[in-house]
Design a binder for this molecule. Sequence first.
Ligand SMILES: [Fe+2]
Ligand SMILES: [Fe+2]
Length: 309
Amino acid sequence: MFKLAHLSDPHLGPLPDPKLLQLFSKRILGYLNWQRHRSRIMGGNTLDLLIEDLKSQAPDHIAVTGDLVNIALPLEISGARTWLEEIGQPENVSVVPGNHDAYVPGAVRKARAAWWPYMCGDGASVAPSEKTRSEATFPYVRKRDGVALVGVTTGRASGPWFATGRVGSKQSRRLRQLLEELGREGLFRVVMLHHPPFKQATHWHKRLSDASRVRAVVKRAGAELVLHGHTHIDSFETIEGPNGPVPVVGVPSATSAPGGKKPAARYNLFRIEKAEGGWTCAMEEHGFDKQGEPVRLLVEREVAIPGRG
Ligand SMILES: [Fe+2]
Ligand SMILES: [Fe+2]
């Protein structure tokens, strides 16, 4: 049995004081937004308590699906690396970037350089320079006990007021090849990406602009489970696969305090087991319900995994 934990969108705070020059960009909007809203609802020790509970479950692996930072200031990026080190060893924690990690042009490459050990495939030894295009190192694959973790980047700098993501044609092609290969190997394929790929997942200005590409890839090549963040809500959807619907699971922000507009912080725990002719996957949602209460088990369900046809 492989125990996989999923958390997302920690939006680590508080924000360091940015130099005035660094705000002459889209960052000014994000900075004001943080000052107005996030510092209030995303503060406190919510994240620490959630992580403490998650660790007590002793997962084999932790997937972190992006938005580690807010406006991608250099100090935020290096702070996020320290936070990752507190969560676990790079070989046991897999990260994909979100739109906030790619807040302004060039940010996502800086994030990749800083978080590289947590964001690379098995056997990758040399960190790419900040000049290497981010698509060149995604998707990455990590194989652990019959499970293949496939990290896809959707984080790209977008204009003011936009929080869109894009996979791109090159990465989609590579993703299809990889999923086909991993499928032939009989592995349980977990696709991790920040933006949700199902239809009508978010507002237009926050969407994955080429979500149809991801759906087409999964429909053709298949996957056993898709994990995402971005929406800051708990969601359970499916997209078409070659042998039946593929579960697509989203989790609230790991930093959301109870009592806000969005659901309070949660993490999901998947127990993945090989069974006759396929896989079984039990899912638990752990998080906060009410203010002042500890993290507890909120939802339990059996996830239907498509067969191999
Ligand atoms: Fe987010
Ligand atoms: Fe996001």
